[in-house]
Design a binder for this molecule. Sequence first.
Ligand SMILES: C[S@@+](CC[C@H](N)C(=O)[O-])C[C@H]1O[C@@H](n2cnc3c(N)ncnc32)[C@H](O)[C@@H]1O
Length: 231
Amino acid sequence: MKNAARTTIVVSTVIIVISAILFSNALGQRPSRPGAGRQGDSQLEKPTVPKDDNEKKILGVLENILRNQSYRNVPPQDGRFLRIMAESMNAKNVVEIGTSTGYSGIWFGMALQKTGGKLTTYEIDAQRAATARANFKKAGMAGVITLVEGDAHEEVKKLKDSIDILFLDADKEGYIDYLNKLLPLVRPGGLVIAHNINPGMADPKYMEAITTNPSLETIVRSGISVTLKKR
Ligand SMILES: C[S@@+](CC[C@H](N)C(=O)[O-])C[C@H]1O[C@@H](n2cnc3c(N)ncnc32)[C@H](O)[C@@H]1O
């Protein structure tokens, strides 16, 4: 074999191997199943241990969504994070923009069943809204979660109550509009949490708004921004 051909084969093989490693790492950082491909700190975690039959049932519904009805849902570790936030701050009113098939909504619902709170979640796609509604019912959350079908940019204008957590997970270029419309309702000490806050995905206008306002304190970790509305 000529030297040039051998060099081409070696270089191609190296590129393929590096691409495979990077791709598998990328998948591992955002596992779609509990316990799958954990990287970094998450390696130290274990899947949620259900406290009772109700929690076990809810975890079963969540598992089924990821296996059979997944559509751009947050990964399990992010769902668990949302539940921990809501339950620990005794949230009474959570607003979610972007329901999809109901995965993150059910994590919130798990917390809100305990705090006596409610979630209002918005979805523009009729089919995903129907799937989410069925999942909320299966998880026993019909009384905790209200799904509003329609364009959230319009529908949120009807909100009046004080918000403990605003979770943004819909059209990324719309985050700034949701923030402008709903930040006045977020209570002092409340949170605005946004998903897909990665270089290249995060809207610069949204980032500017949450990182330069002296009334807000924002951190970004693992693709999630957490913004505190200071007291
Ligand atoms: C990333 S998915 C939400 C995932 C969901 N939070 C979860 O983790 O299960 C984004 C969803 O936002 C919805 N969406 C996009 N623009 C919207 C809008 N203007 N109003 C309401 N929903 C919208 C999409 O149809 C899609 O289902």
